[in-house]
Design a protein around this ligand. Sequence first.
Ligand SMILES: Cc1cc2nc3c(=O)[nH]c(=O)nc-3n(C[C@H](O)[C@H](O)[C@H](O)COP(=O)(O)OP(=O)(O)OC[C@H]3O[C@@H](n4cnc5c(N)ncnc54)[C@H](O)[C@@H]3O)c2cc1C
Ligand code: FES
Length: 276
Amino acid sequence: MTPLVHASVEVIENVQVARQTYRIRLRCPALARAIRPGQFVMVRLSGHSDPLLGRPFALYDTVLDEGGQPVGIDVVYLIVGKATGLLSKHRQGDQLDVWGPLGNGFPDLKALDHIALVAGGIGQTPFLAYVRALLGARGYGGRSVQRTAQRVSLYYGVRSSDLAAGVADFLAAGATVHLASDDGTLGFRGFVTELLAGHETPQHLVGCGPEPMLHALAQLAGSWNVPCHLSLETPMACGVGICFSCVTRVRTAEGWDYRRVCVDGPIFDATDLVWS
Ligand SMILES: Cc1cc2nc3c(=O)[nH]c(=O)nc-3n(C[C@H](O)[C@H](O)[C@H](O)COP(=O)(O)OP(=O)(O)OC[C@H]3O[C@@H](n4cnc5c(N)ncnc54)[C@H](O)[C@@H]3O)c2cc1C
Ligand code: FES
C-alpha cells in the first residue's frame, strides 16, 4: 500500500484555464512520485476554519523537473462553492494542506486497441494522466512505462464552449478528442453519451462526470456489452475512510451494500453500481 503523504505544500502557480476553471500547480515531490492516474488528493485551505474540511480533487497530471523526476502535481478545478472560490485566490508561494494519494486509481487493463474516456462537466480532470499512462508516455507511482492502448479517444461534453478546459493538453498527449456541448457552441450539440453512441464501439469505456451522464454511459456500455469503469465524484469529508460521508451503493450477493467511495473507489465497475 502506498504511504499517505500529508504536508503543507507551496503553490507554484494558479492559472485560469476556462470560465470559472483553474489549474493549480503544487510543489510536493513525495506525493508526485507516489500518485497514479485516477487517484485523488484532499486539499484543505491552511489557516481557514470555514470551510474546515478538505476537498477532494483528482490528479490532473504530475509535474516533472528537467531531469524527468516528479516534483509536483497539477489539479484542475471548477469554482462551485466556498473552498473552490477561495482556492482560486491563492497565489504563488501560498501554502495549502494536502494529503494523498487517495483512492484506488484506474484499473490495470490488458492490451487494448481502443479505449474511450468519457467526460462530462469537470469530469475530464482524471483523464490526462491516464491518457499518458495508457499510451506509454509517462510512468506513475514508480511504475515502469508500459503502453496498454493503441488508441485513446476522449469524448468530452460541457454545457458551453467557454467551460471546456484542457482540450489542447489532451491533443498534445495523443488522444483523439470528440467534443460536445449542451448549447451547440462547441462540437456536437447534445449529450456526450449521444455523441459517443454515434461512433465506433471501443473495447473499454471509462467515465467521469455528473451522475445522470454516468448512468447513461453505464446503459450504453451494457447495450454494447463493453466493460466500463466509472469514477465517482461523491462529496467527501475525510477522504481516508473514517467518516462514511461518501458512501455509494454496490451490488452484493445478498442484494446491495454501501461502499466508501474514498477508499473502495472512486473508480467502480459500472455493473457493480446501484443507481437511484
Ligand atoms: C474523487 C473526487 C475527485 C474530484 N476531482 C475534482 C477535480 O479534479 N476538479 C473539480 O473541480 N472538482 C473535483 N471534485 C469535486 C470537488 O471536490 C467539489 O467541487 C468541491 O469539493 C466543492 O467544494 P466547495 O467548497 O467549493 O463547494 P461546496 O460549498 O462544498 O458546494 C457547492 C455546491 O456544489 C455541490 N457539490 C459539492 N461537491 C460536489 C460534488 N462532489 N458533486 C456534485 N456537487 C457537489 C454542493 O452540493 C453545493 O451545491 C472531485 C470530487 C471527488 C469525490
Ligand atoms: S470521505 Fe470519509 S469515509 Fe469517505
